[in-house]
Design a protein around this ligand. Structure first.
Ligand code: NZQ
Ligand code: ZN
Length: 387
C-alpha cells in the first residue's frame, strides 16, 4: 500500500432542509457575498428565491454572477474576479452543479492571482490563497462540493484544463434539489461518478483493500439507484444515495493507498469537451467501455482486475476469460439502458481532430503510469473505436 494523506477541510451538511445552515455558514466570512449560478435552473426550482430570502433576512450585501456555462469558460472566471474586486466580496456562494462550483473555485483563487487568469488555469504551481467558498449543490456528479479541483475551458484554443484551487469551506447537499435534474443529466452525472471510481480502481495496486471495497460499494450504489432515479425523479432514497456517492467518489478516498493512474478516461474526455463542448459524463460513458476493451487486449495481464470487477460489482460468475469481457459488456449495457448516447457519431463527432486530441491528452507522456500505459497512438485508436 502506498502512503497517503487525508486532509479534506470541507464541512458538508447533507440531507433535506440543510439550507437552514446557510446563514451561519456565510456569516463568519463577512457580509459581502457573490451569489453565482448557472443558466437558471435554480430559479425554476425555487432555490434562488429561498437563497435570496435567507441572504436578505441576514442583512448580507449580494452581488450576482449568473449564466455560468456547463463546461465553465475562462470568460466567466474573468467576470467573476472583476465582480469580486469591484464589490469587495468576502465570500462566494456557488449554487448549482459542478460547473458553477468549479468556476467559483477558479474565481476564488483568481482574486489573488497576479497575472493572466488563463495562465493561472494552466499553471502547475499550486494556488496559495483563495476567497472562502460556500456551495449549495444541485446535481450529483462531479464531487466538486468535496474536492479542491476545478475544470475550466477556453474554447478559443480548444483547451479544457483541471487544476487545484480551493476546497469549499461549506457544502450544502440537499438531495431534493436534484429532483428536477433531467434524465440525461442524471445518467451523465452517474456515469461521471462511476468513472471517478474506475480511474482509481483499475490500478496495479492490489493491497489497498478498503479503497477497493469502497470503490465497489460506490459502483454498486450507482447501479442500484440510477434506474430508480430515472423512473422516479423524486425518489428521495435514490437521489440521496446518488448525491452521497458523488461526494465520496471524487474525494480521493477510494484511491487512498493506490498508485496514481493519470485518470486516462478523464484525460481523453476533456479533449472531447474542449473541441466539441459535450456533456462530461456522456463523453466518459462512451469512452470507458472502449478503453476497457482496448487495455484488456493490449495487456491481458490486467485481466484479473476485470474479473474482480465482473464478480464483485456485477455479481457475475463463470470462467475468467468470459468474466473479464462480460463485466465490460454489463457496464456498456447499463449506460445504454440509461439512454446515454453510446457513440461519438451520435454527438456529431468525427475523425477530424482525433490526432490532435490524442496528442494533447498524452502531453508530457502523461498516461505512462496508467493501469495499462497508453501511447498517443493507443489513444487515437480508442477515440476511433468510439465513433
Ligand atoms: O446551468 P443551469 O441552468 O443550472 O443548468 C444545469 C446545466 O445545464 C443543469 N442543472 C444543474 N442542476 C440542476 C439542473 N437542471 C435542473 N435541475 C437541477 N437541480 O444541468 C446542466 C449541467 O450542469 P453542470 O454543472 O455542467 O454539470 P456537472 O455537475 O456534471 O458539472 C460538469 C463540469 O464539472 C467538471 C466537468 O468537466 C464539467 O466541466 N468536473 C469537475 C470535477 C471536479 N471539480 O472535481 C471533476 C469531474 O471529473 C469533472 O471534470
Ligand atoms: Zn469526471
Amino acid at each position: 500500500m502506498k502512503n497517503f494523506t487525508h486532509a479534506i477541510p470541507t464541512k458538508l451538511y447533507f440531507g433535506e432542509g440543510q439550507i437552514d445552515k446557510l446563514d451561519a455558514a456565510l456569516r463568519g466570512f463577512g457580509k459581502n457575498v457573490l451569489l453565482a449560478y448557472g443558466g437558471g435552473s435554480i430559479k425554476k426550482i425555487g432555490l434562488y428565491d429561498t437563497v435570496t430570502g435567507i441572504l436578505t433576512a441576514g442583512g448580507f450585501t449580494v452581488t450576482e454572477l449568473s449564466g455560468i456555462e456547463p463546461n465553465p469558460r475562462i470568460e466567466s472566471v474573468r467576470l467573476g474576479v472583476k465582480l469580486c474586486k469591484e464589490n469587495k466580496i468576502d465570500v462566494i456562494l456557488a449554487v448549482g452543479g459542478g460547473s458553477t462550483i468549479d468556476c467559483c473555485k477558479a474565481i476564488a483563487a483568481g482574486v489573488y492571482y497576479k497575472g493572466d487568469l488563463w495562465e493561472m488555469v494552466a499553471s502547475r504551481h499550486g494556488i496559495l490563497k483563495a476567497l472562502p467558498l460556500v456551495d449549495i449543490l444541485t446535481l450529483a456528479a462531479t464531487g466538486s462540493e468535496y474536492d479542491a479541483g476545478g475544470v475550466i475551458s477556453n474554447l478559443e484554443i480548444n483547451e479544457k484544463l483541471g487544476n487545484v484551487y480551493t476546497y469549499p469551506a461549506v457544502s450544502i447537499c440537499d438531495p431534493t434539489y436534484t429532483y428536477s435534474v433531467s434524465a440525461y443529466q442524471t445518467a451523465a452525472g452517474t456515469a461521471d461518478i462511476m468513472s471517478h471510481i474506475f480511474e482509481g480502481y483499475f490500478s496495479r495496486t492490489e493491497d489497498s483493500s478498503l479503497s477497493d471495497y469502497i470503490a465497489e460499494g460506490i459502483l454498486k450504489t450507482a447501479i442500484k439507484y440510477l434506474p430508480i432515479a430515472l423512473k422516479e425523479p423524486t425518489n428521495y432514497e435514490a437521489r440521496a444515495n446518488l448525491m452521497m456517492i458523488a461526494s465520496v467518489a471524487c474525494s480521493g478516498i477510494p484511491e487512498y493507498g493506490k498508485q496514481g493512474t493519470g485518470w486516462p478516461c478523464h484525460s481523453m474526455e476533456h479533449e472531447l469537451s474542449a473541441f466539441y463542448d459535450i456533456t462530461h459524463g456522456v463523453g466518459l460513458a462512451i469512452l470507458t467501455p472502449r478503453w476497457m476493451r482496448f487495455i484488456l487486449k493490449k495487456d491481458p495481464s490486467c485481466a484479473w482486475r476485470f474479473v474482480r470487477f465482473a464478480k464483485n460489482v456485477w455479481g457475475l460468475s463463470g470462467d475468467d476469460e468470459t468474466l473479464a469481457i462480460a463485466g465490460i459488456a454489463a457496464l456498456e449495457n447499463f449506460f445504454r439502458e440509461a439512454k446515454i448516447p453510446m457513440t461519438l457519431t451520435e454527438l456529431g463527432i468525427g475523425e477530424e481532430h482525433v490526432a490532435e486530441m490524442a496528442a494533447h491528452a498524452n502531453r508530457g507522456n502523461y498516461l505512462k503510469n496508467a493501469f495499462v500505459p497508453l501511447t498517443t497512438e493507443d489513444i487515437e485508436e480508442i477515440f476511433k473505436n468510439c465513433l
